[in-house]
Design a protein around this ligand. Sequence first.
Ligand code: ADP
Ligand code: CIR
Length: 338
Amino acid sequence: MSHGAKKASLTEKYLPKDLWAWLRVKTSFGTTIYDCAKSALEHPDSNVGAYAPDPEAYDTFKDFFYPIIAEYHKVDVETLKSIHDLGDASNLEDLPQNMADQIVSTRVRVGRTVKGFPMASKLTKDTRLELESRIKEALSKLDGDLAGTYKSLTEMSQAEKDALIEEHILYNDAEDKYLASAGGYDDWPVGRGIFMNKDKNFIVWVNEEDHIRIISMQKGASLKQVWGRLVKAIHAMETVLEFVRHDKFGYLTFCPTNIGTGLRASVHVKVPKTAESGKLNEICQSMDLQPRGVHGEHTESVGGVYDISNKIRIGRTEWDLINTMWIGVKKLLENELA
Ligand code: ADP
Ligand code: CIR
């Protein structure tokens, strides 16, 4: 440990000690181990600090990434196999009304990387624009409830962006310092944008942290409707684009914390009493949940409302993770309403 009382990032912990030999190694996209570790070097307060600038990096630098993945996701990487099952949303239970009343909104997203392109930091202005237009064309093929329109950030006014951010629909404007150091915001806002259906409950983020974030969200507590819509969207997107998959890790993403299912299912839930009593973190930890603030990762709670989601994304199926979140939220609400 080299930062006073602060625990070392997983990058610092697992960076190969024979760095000299590793510095010469490059993936076919030109990624070096320095590129993977740069964010942690610039931000000693990182938890993980590693990013994969292209899909090959996970294996080219396996001595580095595999132990990070094992520790963060608590999986045995040797025996790990990618498993997927979207389940049947209609089997999800609705919460009793007094619990549902505590839930402001429900959202599930998955992250994906389009085959043939590196992740954000190794895209150039040209390849990012090429990727954007490939995704835009694919999105234009969606129909029914999923049909919508795509807008590049460069075509949007500041007021338009602010309103969508306020509604939790659009991502923040290049504000994550860890991602910035990893090169995730290079040439911002070029090549970035957002797709939305008419009802604003199916959204696709394009070239933010990942090539694609497929999102289903709505006010209230109907996880059944939210997950049902996302399952439909995932199937539809897979018919129009090919995503990078790894035999062990499943879907690959820029940040190793998102690999696997790439799934984060969350509710914005009012739990002021639980938070005040100090039990929020304890319950979250025991139920494999992660609390965040209401404006996304690394933000604060407002008025006792927390973003509660599944912490694990790998080694378990999508259906399992959706249920993990739901069971955990019920437990939190039992405590809140007791
Ligand atoms: P991600 O989920 O993609 O990792 P963030 O934690 O940065 O990203 O959250 C992205 C946005 O989604 C933020 O505006 C956040 O407030 C919003 N959000 C997350 N979960 C919910 C939810 N259940 N209801 C409404 N907005 C949500
Ligand atoms: C970090 O390592 O702290 C940042 N790069 C963010 C990593 C993802 N999120 C997390 O660990 N909660």
